[in-house]
Design a protein around this ligand. Structure first.
Ligand SMILES: Nc1ncnc2c1ncn2[C@@H]1O[C@H](COP(=O)(O)OP(=O)(O)O)[C@@H](O)[C@H]1O
Ligand SMILES: [Mg+2]
Length: 230
């Protein structure tokens, strides 16, 4: 199993830093919940891990090896897979074609569909004909088909009915159980904390809480203070 470590990471968009001095680690086999208010810098942080955005300062290590200078493609090849905010399937391609874009092996497609029997039935349908929830399942299955070591998930719930989103959470949990380290950014804080072992709260670009998800879930006041910046 793999470990991803962020050491003193800062990110800026133009003039000001939107992430400052973030240190955290994501361990294979576990979900780390990354939560915080809108505009806190969560997306910017995970974009810097996958290579969408360069770091201003700091280091990112995958199993002890620096990756912060690698291109996005090179990081993906090493197993850092990013599900970006907002749904992104290729609607005119079938479910199978969407999965084969990322699948490392033919068997990876089958494995990725196992948690979603409803998709197996529609594997040769254009993905654009599926419901929003089913399309999000394709997004998740496609990421899993890439055989990630570290999976970064940015606000999968966006635009989904809560009931659909709740269907996806156990799958994320199962992906982690298979040995993948999952960094889960989510607005439905309680649901994210429910499947996470560790949690990090980011507010104003800085870490305002770092500890177990259980502690944060058990103490609404602690969560509230962390959202306000600790
Ligand atoms: N491409 C960009 N250019 C300039 N500012 C940006 C860009 N992306 C995000 N920001 C700013 O960075 C801050 C953090 O945004 P973001 O990382 O999207 O936060 P979150 O995902 O926690 O809502 C916000 O103030 C946002 O306006
Ligand atoms: Mg965001």
């Amino acid at each position: 199993m793999s470990t991803l470590e962020l050491q003193d990471v800062s990110v800026s968009h133009g003039a000001g830093a939107v992430i400052s001095g973030v240190t955290l680690s994501v361990t294979g086999g576990e979900v780390l919940a990354l939560v915080g208010p809108n505009g806190a810098g969560k997306s910017s942080l995970i974009e810097s891990i996958s290579g969408v955005t360069p770091l201003a300062t700091g280091r990112i290590l995958l199993d002890g090896e620096p990756v912060e200078r690698l291109s996005r493609v090179a990081r993906a090849r090493r197993g850092i897979v990013h599900i970006e905010q907002g749904r992104a399937v290729f609607p005119s391609l079938t479910v199978r074609e969407n999965l084969s874009l990322t699948a490392r092996t033919p068997t990876a497609i089958e494995a990725a569909l196992t948690p979603f029997p409803e998709l197996e039935k529609r594997i040769d349908s254009p993905t654009g004909l599926l419901s929003g929830g089913e399309q999000q399942m394709v997004v998740l299955a496609r990421a899993f088909a890439a055989e990630p070591r570290i999976l970064l998930i940015d606000e999968m719930s966006l635009g989904l009915a809560p009931v659909v989103f709740m269907r996806l959470m156990p799958v994320v949990s199962a992906i982690a159980d298979s040995g993948v380290g999952v960094l889960l950014v989510e607005q439905f804080t309680q649901l994210a904390l429910g499947i996470a072992r560790e949690a990090v709260v980011v507010a104003g670009g800085r870490v305002s809480f770092q500890g177990t998800a259980e502690d944060l879930q058990a103490d609404p006041d602690l969560l509230h203070r962390a959202y306000l910046g600790g």
